[in-house]
Ligand binder design. Structure first.
Ligand code: PNS
Length: 163
């Protein structure tokens, strides 16, 4: 039987516990998961692509079925390149739905062989986003319990370096 390969794409700037929850849930569905980090600089990321890949690799060190890759260009082309036929996306709230729906249909148009599946994170993670974490942290709010400790450490170091 052929291997079930899933692609979990995102900016991961930085990866948070909602993302980790999604990766853990996806492991039950696929033999191999590529966590695909976009190199798109349009969003002016806080962490470089290499840093984001490194942070995720550190977290997944004990998960031999998970591999972290950066990609540029179309997601469906990346999926094809690595032999993946399923894109995994997280749906946190209804507000995510509209854009995710558009992207899923556009990706299907670009490559009908690639399917998108949506998964819901653990209910206490539904409000978590990298953007909010960065904003709240910058303004002095406590976000430590929303990040893996190694990622929180990097965020502290990065923000201290910028002061
Ligand atoms: O974590 P994000 O920023 O919501 O992730 C968005 C991402 C990387 C999944 C999306 O921007 C993407 O797929 N980028 C790759 C370029 C692409 O294929 N664009 C067309 C999508 S329909």
């Amino acid at each position: 039987m052929s291997e079930r390969i899933g692609i979990y794409p995102g900016s991961f700037d930085p990866i948070h516990l909602g993302h980790v929850d999604l990766i853990e849930r996806s492991r039950g569905l696929f033999d191999h998961i590529y966590v695909a980090v976009t190199t798109n600089e349009e969003k002016k990321p806080l962490f470089s692509v290499d840093e984001r890949v490194e942070m995720i690799e550190e977290l997944l060190v004990d998960y031999p079925d998970c591999e972290v890759r950066s990609f540029s260009g179309l997601l469906v082309d990346f999926a094809k390149k690595v032999g993946g036929s399923t894109i995994v996306k997280g749906l946190r709230a209804v507000s995510d739905f509209e854009f995710e729906f558009q992207m899923a249909l556009m990706n299907r148009r670009l490559n009908p062989d690639v399917e998108t599946v949506f998964m819901m994170p653990k209910d206490d993670r539904t409000y978590v986003s990298s953007r909010l974490i960065k904003e709240v942290y910058k303004l002095g709010g406590d976000i430590e319990d929303l990040l893996p400790p190694s990622v929180h450490k990097r965020l502290v170091e990065r923000q201290l370096g910028e002061q």
